[in-house]
Design a protein around this ligand. Structure first.
Ligand code: SF4
Length: 198
């Protein structure tokens, strides 16, 4: 029987090159091409993001990963202040009508969602016991979310980045990462997730 492996808890230690490479490799399987480590104080939280969820989004009050099921702006700010490191996960895609709800879009959502959760798990097993994901877009693991009935996959349920009132564009500007809005149905679009760590 192999010796039990003892993994020390990580705290304010950054991420080793080896683990970072393993995360990048795993990300590629899930269409996440880039990972930026950064200080979570650079995350911009704003009340207007929650306003956009409440007014103008069809997902509001229909999905466990979206408001009002998720923490409001003040609680989100408090939660993020408990972390000292964050990873910005970035993927990009190009296909017709990416802005419409369809099978293709859901397949991308699910692949990215699962990849983020897998990476969170890898980090947890490497000693980052506080690792927690905020995933890009709303949860699409089920064709139709069971909300307000119990989630069908609670172990994979996480809040969407925007549901935490995170101004994604403002945060990307803070990180000096170039981005632009996809204006045409054929434009390449980016999607973003965040993993919080200490
Ligand atoms: S796993 Fe299914 S039920 Fe749970 S939040 Fe996602 S879509 Fe909703």
């Amino acid at each position: 029987m192999p010796d039990p492996r003892i993994v020390p808890f990580k705290k304010k230690k950054g991420i080793s090159d080896d683990l970072f490479q393993r995360l990048l490799e795993k990300g590629k399987d899930h269409d996440i091409s880039t990972i930026y480590p950064f200080d979570p104080v650079k995350i911009v939280i704003a009340e207007w993001v929650n306003l956009k969820c409440r007014y103008g989004c069809t997902r509001y009050n229909t999905n466990w990963s979206c408001p009002p099921a998720t923490p409001g702006p003040e609680q989100a700010q408090r939660i993020i202040s408990e972390y000292s490191l964050a990873l910005m996960l970035v993927g990009s895609k190009n296909y017709q009508n990416f802005c419409l709800e369809n099978t293709k879009k859901r397949a991308v959502q699910v692949r990215c969602w699962k990849g983020t959760i897998v990476m969170e798990r890898m980090l947890f097993l490497a000693g980052y016991y506080k690792a927690f994901s905020l995933v890009g877009e709303c949860c699409g693991l089920c064709k139709q979310c069971s909300f307000p009935k119990d989630c069908r996959f609670p172990q994979e349920k996480r809040p969407a980045v925007e549901s935490f009132s995170i101004d994604v564009i403002g945060t990307l500007h803070n990180l000096r990462l170039a981005t632009q809005i996809a204006l045409n149905k054929t434009d390449t679009f980016n999607y973003y997730g965040i993993i919080l760590l200490e």
